[in-house]
Design a protein around this ligand. Structure first.
Ligand SMILES: *Cc1c(COP(=O)(O)O)cnc(C)c1O
Length: 429
C-alpha cells in the first residue's frame, strides 16, 4: 500500500488519542488531516507522500539551526556513542550550564529538566518555597506548560481567580492562581509568591509587552517581596544569543528555558541567582528531581546550537523575518483580507481578521480572540499548505523560522502568500 498521510493518520489514531502526542499538532482547529513527517532538512520537512514544505513550525521553536543540522548531529552521535544516560553527573550538563549562565546577566545557576512544563512548574515551586507564600499571578493567554496550577483560564474581572483550564484540573489546584490580562500591571498583595509571565507573549500569536509593562511587574514584585519569573521557553536564545530579558532591560528573579536550548531533544531549565537556587534540594528544602535531567546527549545537542548561534546570525534572521512579516501582511491586504503581522526580533505571527483593512496589533488575549473569531486563518493556512508552505495548524501560534530560512525561502513564502490570498478572495467573492 502506498504511504499516505491519510493512512498513517488513521493508523496513528487507533493507538494514539487523536492521532497525535500533543494537541497542537492535530488539525482540529483548521480541519483536514495532518501531514506525517518522514524527514526534515534545514528549512523544510518532507511528508510520507514525498511532499516538501517550507516549515514555519520548526518544532514550535525548538529548532533554531534548522532540521538535521550537521553540527548538532555530530554532537549527538559522538556523545551517544559513550552511553546515553547514567544517573551520575557528566561534563555535558556543566558545559551547557556555563554556556547559558555566561550569556545571561543575573543568571548564575540553572537546574536542567526535560521539558518547558517541568521548568515552569519547578520554578513556581521554588518561588513558593523561597517566599513561604502560595499565590501565583499569571497572565491570560500566556502558556507555561500543562502543570495543574498553571493550566488556568481567566475568570471574569480584571484580576480574576483562575478557573481550571482543563478537565481533570481540580478547582483546588488553581485556587492559589490569579489570572490577569496581559499588558496591565496588577496591584499585588504580600501573599503573592511569584508573578510568571512570557516577557514577549508567543502562545496567543505574538503579543509584545507594552511600554512599561515588564518594568511595572518588576516594581510591583519588589514592592511586595514576590519573585518575578520570566518564562523564556520560547524567547530564550531564539531572539538573540541570550535571554530576551537582556534586550528588554528587566532582570527577573527566575528564568525558565526550553525549546532552543535542547537542540531538538527534550530539555528544559530554570535558573536564577545562586541565593535563590540554593533553596533547591540537595542544598535546600525545595524538592525537585529527574531521572533523565541533564541528559548528556540532549546537553551536547543544546551546546552545539548555542555554539553555532552567533549574534550576526540572529541579526540576519531578524531581517528576513521582518521581510516575511511585511510581505505576508501586504499579500493579504492586497487581496482585501484584513490582517496584521506583528514582529519582535526573529519572531512574527499572522493575524487574519474580518474585513479588508490593516488590523491593529493585539495587546491581550481578548483582542486576539476578537480577531481570530473571524475563522479566516484556517483558509490561509490550507492555501499556503497546498503551495508547499507549512504554518502552524492554529491561529494562536507564532511563525518559527530557523537559520536555514534564507532570503530565497522568504521570497518564495511571500509569493505563495500572494497566490493563497488571491485564491481565498476568489472563493469569498
Ligand atoms: C512550549 C512552552 C512551554 C512548555 O514547554 P514543553 O516543553 O512543551 O513542556 C512553557 N512555556 C512556554 C512559554 C512555552 O512556549
Amino acid at each position: 500500500m502506498a504511504e499516505t498521510n491519510e493512512a498513517w493518520f488513521e493508523r496513528a489514531s487507533r493507538v494514539l488519542p487523536g492521532g497525535v502526542d500533543s494537541p497542537v499538532r492535530s488539525f482540529a482547529s483548521v480541519g483536514g488531516t495532518p501531514y506525517t513527517v518522514a524527514y526534515g532538512a534545514g528549512a523544510t520537512v518532507t511528508d510520507v507522500e514525498g511532499t516538501t514544505y517550507l516549515d514555519y513550525v520548526q518544532s514550535y521553536g525548538a529548532s533554531l539551526l534548522g532540521h538535521a543540522d550537521p553540527s548538532v548531529l555530530r554532537a549527538i552521535e559522538s556523545v551517544a556513542a559513550s552511553g546515553t544516560t547514567f544517573g551520575a553527573p557528566t561534563r555535558h550538563e556543566t558545559l551547557l550550564a556555563e554556556a547559558i549562565t555566561e550569556r545571561v546577566t543575573g543568571l548564575e545557576q540553572v537546574r536542567f529538566v526535560s521539558s518547558g512544563t517541568e521548568a515552569s512548574m519547578s520554578a513556581v515551586r521554588l518561588a513558593r518555597g523561597a517566599t513561604g507564600r502560595s499565590t501565583i499571578v499569571k497572565f491570560d493567554g500566556c502558556y507555561h506548560g500543562h502543570a495543574d496550577a498553571l493550566l488556568t483560564a481567566a475568570g471574569s474581572g480584571v484580576l480574576a481567580l483562575g478557573l481550571p483550564g482543563s478537565a481533570g484540573v481540580p478547582a483546588g489546584a488553581v485556587a492559589d492562581t490569579v489570572v490577569a490580562p496581559y499588558n496591565v500591571v496588577p496591584t499585588l498583595d504580600d501573599d503573592v509568591a511569584c508573578v510568571v509571565v512570557e516577557p514577549v507573549a508567543a502562545n496567543m500569536g505574538l503579543v509584545a509587552p507594552a511600554h512599561g509593562f515588564l518594568e511595572g511587574l518588576r516594581g510591583e514584585c519588589d514592592r511586595v517581596g514576590a519573585l518575578l519569573i520570566f518564562d523564556e521557553v520560547v524567547t530564550g536564545f531564539r531572539i538573540a544569543p541570550t535571554a530576551v530579558s537582556e534586550l528588554l532591560g528587566v532582570v527577573p528573579d527566575l528564568w525558565c528555558f526550553g525549546k532552543v536550548i535542547g537542540g531538538g531533544l527534550p530539555v528544559g531549565a530554570f535558573g536564577g541567582a545562586r541565593a535563590v537556587m540554593d533553596e533547591l534540594a540537595p542544598r535546600g528544602a525545595v524538592y525537585q528531581a529527574g531521572t533523565l535531567s541533564g541528559n548528556p546527549v540532549a546537553m551536547a545537542a543544546g551546546l552545539a546550537v548555542l555554539e553555532a548561534a552567533s549574534a550576526d546570525r540572529y541579526c540576519e534572521l531578524a531581517e528576513q523575518v521582518a521581510r516575511l512579516a511585511n510581505g505576508l501582511e501586504a499579500a493579504l491586504l492586497d487581496a482585501g483580507i484584513a490582517a496584521v503581522a506583528p514582529r519582535y526580533g526573529t519572531l512574527a505571527s499572522l493575524f487574519v481578521g474580518q474585513g479588508h483593512e490593516r488590523l491593529a496589533a493585539p495587546s491581550d488575549l481578548d483582542q486576539v480572540r476578537a480577531i481570530n473569531g473571524s475563522g479566516r486563518y484556517a483558509g490561509i493556512f490550507h492555501e499556503l499548505l497546498a503551495r508547499g508552505v507549512a504554518f502552524a495548524p492554529g491561529a494562536y501560534e507564532v511563525l518559527f523560522c530557523s537559520f536555514a530560512h534564507d532570503a530565497a525561502s522568504i521570497t518564495r513564502t511571500i509569493e505563495a502568500a500572494h497566490d493563497a490570498a488571491a485564491a481565498l478572495r476568489g472563493r469569498d467573492a
